[in-house]
Structures are given as structure tokens and as C-alpha cells.
Ligand binder design. Structure first.
Ligand code: SF4
Length: 356
């Protein structure tokens, strides 16, 4: 059944046939804890007769989300440790995150910022906080790139996006503006002329990182939305999360990367799933991830190879998972090197499972 509006409660999902009466037990508690939203484009993609549907797994709540492991963290990639002013994360010298909004059109069940996004999350940056964030960017000439993330920045109206771009256009040292979004896939109709115009500003180069995890997400409508963006001169790259039960097999991963390249989207990041609360049912081991990524080499074109990335817990930044940056200590424990060459133990703690 195709829904005409976004589904935001367990009742909505059950009414649309996406949650059965048997599966419902426990899901109200999940929905109280973590935001729920499924757009019409996504509900139309879900096969309700497939209990293992990889699209449903990404968006339909699961009672397993109530299981929290000791090593899981509310801020798994350590944004808070690098936030000099509200809305800004300055982890690397030449770039900042600008988190203008903490709302998304869908809520991914594995989200690394699940404690911050949603109707009860941090909301939209207030006008004074926005002024402070732009003041910070303007006062740091080493900032070459501003990355709009959140939340999904493309939920903002074209008017608000254009206002952000105008303010960035007035900061000479910012050359690149990058948007991280799921909108072209989950709400492709939103990508119209007004939105596209709002993403561009004189003197700045706009990149758009599309988050998609399964080749079925690249529907005809999503492909058309991406084509509109690329035709307008916006450069697109991909970001995906390696997820158990979604894309953890070589054929699916290869088809996903090929779908990106066919749509003029350069595969960029393939993230190892973060230690977000209640997401252990999505996590593979790093060894399993390395085997999958190795399977892409030779199988698909060099254009289709993403970088396999671990965000080191505690805010130590991203590291490419390769033999030179990660050492297997056995028993599921690793030593990883960050971009400063400092070593960290991963995962940071390990013990048995406990309920929330
Ligand atoms: S779109 Fe991004 S920020 Fe929003 S729920 Fe999904 S992973 Fe989290």
C-alpha cells in the first residue's frame, strides 16, 4: 500500500500494513524513545510480505532498539567534544559541520545522531545561535569547507537554504559548501528548481553527499532528482553505512555502488556502523566489513570503490579502515590510528548486553 503522507507513529505503520499485530509488541516503547518517520516514497518501496526487507529494516522500528550495549554512546562520533559554539563542530582544521536543523524526513533506525534528531531533538538553530555560528566561520580563515548536516538540511525551505548560502557567500575563505542528505531518495519530489537554486551561491562550489544504503533506493524518481541536481552543476558523492541485513553481501554492495556511478554520483564513504544506542543488530565486525569491501575490488570498476571508514569514538575523527591504520588484537578488539597518528582501542569498552 502506498501512503499519501509520512507515517510517524506505530499506529500509522500498522494501518499502512508495514507492522503486523504480532510484531507490534514493544514498538510503542521504541517510538517513545526514538523518532519515527517514513515518507510515501519509502513506504512504497517496502515489501510488507518480506520479513527481511532491506528497506523496512532501515526505517521500521524494531524491538531490538531497546537493547543497549555498554560501549554504545549517545554521541558516538564525539561531536560535542569539538563544538566551539552551538551548531558548529570543528574537528579538522579546514572544515566545519554546520548543524542548522535536527529534523529529518525519515528516521533511520541505525542513526548515529539518534539522540539529537527528531521532534524531541535539538530542533532548528535559533537566529542568535545561527549568527554565532556564522561569526565563528567568518572568524576562522582556515575554514575552507562548510558541511551542512544535522538532521537533514534539505528539509529547510528554499528561502532558508538560500539565506544560509547568501551568508556563506559573503565569507571569502569558504570555498566549498557540502550538503549531507537523504532527500533525493526519500522525498525526491522536494528536489525542484527552487530548492536547487537555493543550494548554490556565487563563488562557492556546492557538493551534495547522498545517503543511500541499498540499490532499490535509487528508484526512477530518485534518479531523476539526482539528474536535476547534477545537471544544475552540483557535484554529487555518496555516503552509505554498511548494515547487517541491508547491504552486507557482495552483490548488493556492488549493485549499490554501480547505481551511484550510473547516476553520476561518485562513491565516497562507506561507513562502519557507529556505536549508536540500540543499534547492535545492525553492526558487523570490522573483519566482516573488510572482507566485503575487498570483494568489491576486481568485481566492479575503480569508479565504484568507496573508502571504508571508521569514525573513531570519542571525537577522534575518521580513519580509512586499511591494514596500515588498523591492527587486529584478536577477540573483536582493534587498535586504530587517527589522522594525527594517535592510537585508540576499538571498541572503547566491551561487556554484556543490558536493556535501556
Ligand atoms: S537522515 Fe541522517 S541524521 Fe537523519 S535519521 Fe537518517 S542517518 Fe540520522
Amino acid at each position: 500500500m502506498t501512503a499519501l503522507r509520512s507515517l510517524k507513529t506505530i499506529d500509522d505503520l500498522q494501518g499502512a500494513g508495514l507492522v503486523s499485530a504480532e510484531r507490534r509488541a514493544g514498538l510503542d516503547a521504541v517510538a517513545l524513545r526514538y523518532a519515527v518517520a517514513v515518507t510515501p516514497a519509502i513506504s512504497a518501496l517496502i515489501d510488507p510480505n518480506d520479513p527481511n526487507d532491506p528497506i523496512a529494516r532501515q526505517f521500521i522500528p524494531d524491538a531490538a532498539e531497546l537493547l543497549r550495549l555498554p560501549e554504545e554512546r549517545e554521541d558516538p562520533i564525539g561531536d560535542g567534544a569539538h563544538s566551539p559554539v552551538e551548531g558548529i563542530v570543528h574537528r579538522y582544521p579546514d572544515r566545519v559541520l554546520l548543524k542548522a536543523v535536527h529534523v529529518c524526513p525519515v528516521y533511520c533506525r541505525f542513526c548515529f545522531r539518534r539522540e539529537m534528531v527528531g521532534p524531541q531533538g535539538l530542533g532548528t538553530l535559533a537566529s542568535q545561535a545561527m549568527d554565532n555560528a556564522f561569526g565563528y566561520i567568518a572568524g576562522h580563515p582556515e575554514i575552507w569547507e562548510v558541511i551542512l548536516t544535522g538532521g537533514d538540511p534539505l528539509v529547510l525551505s528554499p528561502r532558508r537554504l538560500a539565506s544560509i548560502m547568501e551568508r556563506l557567500a559573503s565569507i571569502e575563505h569558504v570555498k566549498i559548501v557540502r550538503f549531507h542528505t537523504r532527500v533525493p531518495v526519500v522525498e525526491p519530489e522536494r528536489v525542484d528548481d527552487a530548492l536547487i537554486a537555493a543550494l548554490k551561491a556565487s563563488g562557492k562550489t556546492t557538493y551534495l553527499a547522498l545517503h543511500a544504503n541499498h540499490p532499490r533506493e535509487l528508484t526512477a524518481e530518485a534518479r531523476a532528482a539526482c539528474a536535476r541536481l547534477v545537471d544544475s552543476g552540483i557535484v554529487m558523492v555518496s555516503q552509505s553505512v554498511l548494515l547487517k541485513g541491508v547491504n552486507d553481501d557482495p552483490d548488493t554492495l556492488a549493485a549499490l555502488m554501480r547505481a551511484f556511478v550510473e547516476n553520476r554520483i561518485k562513491p565516497y564513504y562507506l561507513h562502519h556502523p557507529d556505536l549508536a544506542p540500540g543499534t547492535s543488530h545492525f553492526r558487523l565486525t570490522i573483519e566482516e566489513g573488510q572482507t566485503l569491501v575487498a570483494s568489491l575490488r576486481g568485481r566492479v570498476s575503480g569508479l565504484c570503490q568507496p573508502a571504508y571508514i571508521l569514525d573513531i569514538p570519542g571525537g577522534h575523527g575518521k580513519t580509512v579502515i586499511s591494514a596500515s591504520t588498523i591492527e587486529d588484537n584478536g577477540g573483536g578488539c582493534y587498535t586504530v590510528s587517527d589522522f594525527n597518528g594517535e592510537e585508540h582501542v576499538y571498541p572503547p569498552a566491551s561487556a554484556g548486553k543490558q536493556p535501556l
